[in-house]
Design a protein around this ligand. Structure first.
Ligand SMILES: [Fe+2]
Ligand SMILES: [Fe+2]
Length: 222
């Protein structure tokens, strides 16, 4: 069940693990059937990198927020961008990452397709209608809606941003936006950190960014 959204930035009840995300891949095997159902959709827009890393971050956020419905967060983040697999691939980079990219028509389309995919794959795997509705409510508008509607929605939004602070995320996303890694790291600090909704995510983002900038030598490679 979704938890009511506390005031933002949402205070974190427990400490958060800030070690490199590669040390804590997403745990357990309960979501393997969901992964298996969306393999073709993970081939679009590097979802096969973005989604597993984002799920690992989502699990860290859930560990810091035991009051959240972790299964809802985990399933929603796993599926949130699968809709990229069912839109015109050529338009992803030409429209989805340039100009007013957050409001581009292709963004609404990938959200809509993601909702359809959730409704298609989850019921045969035993997820009930109420749960599927909650997953869809988070996927719908995850990029284009301004506000989060629940704590679980906020944790999905934060996990969706946190993966970019890892060096793999910087490598991929800087290319999407046609930026060099150092400029992209500057953008993460200036634009993306202020968008984070939980204290846990802010702590994770800043420690991960410090590490990535040192690793990529962004102080001199600019
Ligand atoms: Fe998205
Ligand atoms: Fe995403």
């Amino acid at each position: 069940m979704p938890t009511e959204l506390p005031p933002t930035p949402i205070a974190t009840p427990l400490g958060v693990d800030t070690t490199p995300i590669s040390l804590t891949p997403a745990a357990g095997t309960d979501l393997e059937p969901v992964w298996s159902a969306v393999v073709p959709e993970t081939r679009a827009r590097s979802n096969d990198i973005h989604l597993p890393i984002s799920l690992a971050y989502a699990e860290r956020l859930c560990a810091a927020h035991p009051e959240a419905d972790a299964l809802l967060v985990r399933v929603a983040i796993l599926l949130h961008d699968t809709g990229w697999g069912r839109v015109d691939e050529d338009r992803i980079l030409t429209e989805g990452f340039t100009g007013d990219w957050r409001r581009a028509a292709i963004r609404y389309e990938h959200e809509k397709q993601g909702c359809l995919i959730a409704r298609e794959v989850l019921p045969p795997l035993g997820y009930d209608d109420g749960f599927v509705d909650e997953v869809v409510a988070i996927i719908d508008g995850h990029d284009t809606r301004k506000e989060a509607r629940s704590l679980e929605d906020a944790l999905v939004r934060d996990a969706d941003r946190l993966w970019r602070f890892d060096h793999a995320g910087i490598a991929l996303a800087s290319g999407w936006f046609g930026m060099d890694p150092a400029s992209y790291c500057d953008r993460l600090a200036e634009e993306i950190v202020p968008e984070l909704l939980t204290e846990a995510a802010i702590t994770l983002a800043t420690s991960e960014l410090d590490r990535s900038q040192a690793l990529l030598k962004t102080g001199v490679l600019r």
